[in-house]
Write a protein that binds this ligand. Sequence first.
Ligand SMILES: Cc1cc2nc3c(=O)[nH]c(=O)nc-3n(C[C@H](O)[C@H](O)[C@H](O)COP(=O)(O)OP(=O)(O)OC[C@H]3O[C@@H](n4cnc5c(N)ncnc54)[C@H](O)[C@@H]3O)c2cc1C
Length: 303
Amino acid sequence: MKTEALAEKIGKIAGISRISQNEKLSGHTTFQAGGPAKLFAVPEEPDALKELLRLLAAEKEPFFILGNGSNVLFRDEGFSGVVISMKALNRITVDPDTGILEAEGGAALSTAAGQAAAASLTGMEFAAGIPGTIGGAVVMNAGAYGGEMKHIVEEVTLLNEETGEIMKKTGAEMQFGYRESLLKREPAVVLRVRLRLQAGDPEKIRETMAELSEKRREKQPLEYPSAGSTFKRPEGYFAGKLIEDAGLKGFSVGGASVSEKHAGFVINRDHATASELITLIHEVQRIVLEKQGVLLEPEVLIL
Ligand SMILES: Cc1cc2nc3c(=O)[nH]c(=O)nc-3n(C[C@H](O)[C@H](O)[C@H](O)COP(=O)(O)OP(=O)(O)OC[C@H]3O[C@@H](n4cnc5c(N)ncnc54)[C@H](O)[C@@H]3O)c2cc1C
């Protein structure tokens, strides 16, 4: 189907708040790089998302589910299908008595962590500084400073992308591992997540969040666009240390650089293209393998 006609059909679905053509994906990813999406759609209701996926399946149109774009890198050619932003599906409810926080897939982790803290619930402090959505964090089993989504996810409500069926999975059924989950192997949309938190001391929770945020500011190049740690931690090593020991701090391709502050971060230092960022990532892999004998696996998803 022609792009215009498809855009018109999508625009008619109730609960799709925005549909645009040739939307620059650099504006929707924390790397601030990458070309346009043929179409970019923002559903505001789960039913709208369901109907949209049904239409795309019928039209055999490729699509990509985007959270906050903090772990993806789109190529300069862009995405020749429909990018579906989850960010308007962002409702959060907290019950301080039961310790249950429920959030839609597009809710920001930082907002959820803030609401947990405001309800004196502990367990989410680790996630306050991770710039992703709850859905993206479940897919990646995001973690930091000893905490992981795995420890707090009680139940996930999923939407099967092909059949439109709604399924519920327990935390154990999500098969969480290091930056891994069932959804890496069997993609489905994270509609809702139920987290189990514990009653805690509000002052202590805020203190921990402030401490972790200070640690991030001190150690990470937050002043530059990036996707966080570019590579997974290889077993028995730290990616940043391997890269630093290979003499690659500051190593650059065009506007893309290995951060001087933390070698585990590839940063967009100066208007880098996606192709410069990808070339740099591959160069770092090649040189570290040559010098240290370890193959670094990107954590960031290159599309
Ligand atoms: C400065 C910085 C610091 C970071 N620090 C950390 C850290 O400490 N720990 C850590 O683990 N990560 C960290 N990250 C990486 C990133 O924030 C996490 O991986 C985060 O969980 C990604 O969430 P997102 O919403 O941005 O997902 P996206 O990047 O938008 O997507 C990631 C994957 O999840 C899928 N996805 C997203 N939402 C959904 C959904 N609702 N349903 C189904 N699939 C979905 C996408 O299709 C894609 O495959 C950091 C990134 C940055 C930029």
